[in-house]
Write a protein that binds this ligand. Structure first.
Ligand code: SF4
Ligand code: SF4
Length: 85
């Protein structure tokens, strides 16, 4: 019984992670950021991971992004530091 409850909790967690990722990809404002560099990679670095092409820190607007608030993120420059969510 306990295993079944834990199993459904893991499925729920995976489902929530997928929904968070989808929301982040749709709402990410990285393209408006002075540090952003277009190179045809996926954005929403806070849920996807580091950028392969952003190399200079020219400011970060993560703090004003709706994803930052929704996922209770605490930092920025995810294109450099990688996932937080
Ligand atoms: S918090 Fe930053 S990296 Fe994450 S979705 Fe928003 S702008 Fe993009
Ligand atoms: S993670 Fe922050 S610094 Fe990097 S592109 Fe997005 S808003 Fe800009």
């Amino acid at each position: 019984m306990r295993t079944r409850i834990l199993g459904s909790m893991s499925i729920l967690k995976i489902k929530m992670k997928k929904e968070d990722k989808k929301f982040a990809e749709e709402m990410c404002v990285c393209r408006n950021c002075p540090s952003f560099k277009e190179c045809k990679e996926k954005i929403a670095y806070c849920v996807i991971g580091k950028s392969k092409c952003i190399k200079e820190r020219n400011g970060c607007i993560c703090g004003g992004c709706p994803v930052h608030a929704k996922l209770n993120l605490s930092s920025g420059y995810y294109c450099f530091s990688g996932k937080e969510a």
